[in-house]
Design a protein around this ligand. Structure first.
Ligand code: FES
Ligand code: FES
Length: 162
């Protein structure tokens, strides 16, 4: 094997995957350019925009700043993995119902940040929702519909907190 490449074992959206990648690759590059999971977006590529947000072991992570080897053996969930056998994630349905979906660049990262929030805190306050997606930048929205959608999804899957 080329010494500048390595084999990394990841668990992506519930499936074990072995990827041969250049040693300098980020998790974002491995997901998009090796595994073909292009739902995770390459925006600023320097940690500013949140478009590359994925969930690693339950936590939201900026894939553009994560060396792929750091994800070795860990559970990675991308926007493609949010839907389950029973259908789309409650967040995806509520984004649709509340008109919260923005463009294809920012929405996947917003969904992943929100999904990680609800997985760890099923009944977040509005402020907690605001904090959870504060790193997902979109200058095209006032965010109100996004907060509404996350609250609606929480009500469906967790319950109210006030
Ligand atoms: S692409 Fe990772 S934060 Fe912008
Ligand atoms: S960046 Fe996606 S709609 Fe603004």
């Amino acid at each position: 094997m080329d010494p500048s490449t390595e084999i990394v074992r990841l668990v992506v959206n519930g499936q074990s995957r072995e990827v041969g990648v250049p040693t300098h690759f980020t998790l974002l590059e491995a997901l998009r350019y090796v595994l073909g999971l292009t739902g995770t977006k390459q925006g600023c590529d320097k940690g500013d925009c949140g478009a590359c947000t994925v969930i690693v072991d339950g936590e939201p992570v900026l894939a553009c700043l994560t060396p792929v080897w750091e994800a070795e053996g860990r559970e990675v969930t991308t926007v493609e993995g949010l839907a389950g056998p029973e259908g789309i994630h409650a967040l995806q349905d509520c984004f649709d119902l509340h008109g919260a979906a923005q463009c294809g660049f920012c929405t996947p990262g917003i969904l992943c940040s929100a999904a990680a929030l609800l997985a760890g805190n099923p009944s977040p306050t509005r402020e907690e929702i605001r904090e959870a997606i504060a790193g997902n930048l979109c200058r095209c929205t006032g965010y109100a519909k996004i907060y509404d959608a996350v609250e609606a999804a929480a009500l469906r899957t967790g319950g109210p907190q006030g």
